[in-house]
Design a protein around this ligand. Sequence first.
Ligand SMILES: Cc1cc2nc3c(=O)[nH]c(=O)nc-3n(C[C@H](O)[C@H](O)[C@H](O)COP(=O)(O)OP(=O)(O)OC[C@H]3O[C@@H](n4cnc5c(N)ncnc54)[C@H](O)[C@@H]3O)c2cc1C
Length: 448
Amino acid sequence: MAEDQSLREDEHFDVVVIGSGMGGMCSAAWLASAGLTVAVLERSRHLGGRASHRVRRDAVVTTGAIMIPMGPGSAIRQAFDAVGAEMNMIDTTGRMRYRLAHGDYDLPPGGGGLYGLIEFALEGDVDEAQALFARVREAMGWWTPLDSITMREWLDQYTDNENVKSLFNGYTAALMGVGIHEMGAGTFFQFLKGSSKGSQFGLAAEGNGDLMASLAGGLESHGATILRRTQVNEIVVENNRVVGVRVVTDGQERVISTDYVLSNTGPDRTVELAGGDDAFESSYIARLRTQDHAATIFHVSFLMDRPLIDDLDGSLVLGNNTNLIYLEIPSNISPHIAPPGRHLHTAYGAPVDSANVDYQGELDNTLAELEQNFPGVLEEAEFVVKAMHRGRSPGMHRWVGRTMPVTTPIRGLYNVGDGCTAPGTIGTEGAASSAKLATSHLLERHRR
Ligand SMILES: Cc1cc2nc3c(=O)[nH]c(=O)nc-3n(C[C@H](O)[C@H](O)[C@H](O)COP(=O)(O)OP(=O)(O)OC[C@H]3O[C@@H](n4cnc5c(N)ncnc54)[C@H](O)[C@@H]3O)c2cc1C
């Protein structure tokens, strides 16, 4: 297995991938299956970054992602397939409940729930619901709005109803970590279009770490080298071209020579590793600096002797709060990931205003809103995670619609991960989509 792999003294790789997050691992899968020699260097002893898990009080608790795309159209599935790796998933597609101030609404299992949700938000006003839904359909069809207005401004044109805005805000905050007053209308509809095309998602039956172990197995069977506890301290660049990486592995510093580097460390860290701002052409740095849009997510996971909601076998998206946006009870879906007789809950909060976050205050309020929604929960819950994903370890490195390109001005250097997702994609799927973009660009050049 990966931990036993080691390097020869003069080893050269076609490609070095820095980091084993979803973007890094999917990149390695496509490149190894194309026959390139690939090394994945991960500073932690765990693979997967924010798509992994840790065992806390005998429960399998996510390091971040919980809803993982798994359908044939998903870049994640395609990367797993490229190296013959299994995805042990429990399909939860369509199992979504929305909570607004006046009640809960279950999406119909067969899809097509958006109209129903709008009618629910409008408390049964069919005429207004049909009029607004017609606008949504137009935005999905002939004319996609532009990002020159926010999604809130787009809604303001057609409705005064705050319940409807809470509905859309809950959706964007839960899925993308930003509110409708921050998200461009075009970006919203681009994402909605992508996600309405029969996307399928689920929970990793044994935890995300199990998925990553499966992908690592597939990589190794295709000849890739995976080194954990290997920290990259420098991307070595000569004449504006990548030539290697300086690492510490087995307590020793050394340089590994390579033709291409795919950095999964986030665009800001990539710049630091490759020599700082001055090493990059200035339009790239200008975009990086003028659009500092990391999305913060608050994460709390806790165990209880009973599930907070007996029949929740998917997601609860909450549009009735300021910070609390999402609840899932993973042990309702895969019971053995919590110890016998215990029930694992995972809840997320998003900041009200991503550019001006009161980190501790809003994490505290996420918990207070959990209590308002489920009186008595704070007394009963045994917390195993209370985390703020922010700054250099954010919920997502950049908001959707504000991402960086996968290519960089330095020859042979790419970024992969959720700082450079393909349009219309987010989170783990966004990270995998960036891997797809970067590896197809790389392979095209490599073959020339
Ligand atoms: C609380 C929370 C909830 C989320 N929920 C969802 C969800 O339900 N569904 C969804 O799709 N997405 C979700 N996301 C987002 C999703 O987790 C991320 O978008 C995705 O996992 C990011 O993958 P990545 O490729 O950017 O890599 P990362 O996860 O950022 O991994 C990067 C890896 O690089 C390693 N590394 C960094 N620097 C170095 C170095 N110098 N040398 C060696 N290794 C290095 C790190 O240790 C890490 O393992 C959530 C995120 C959070 C935080």
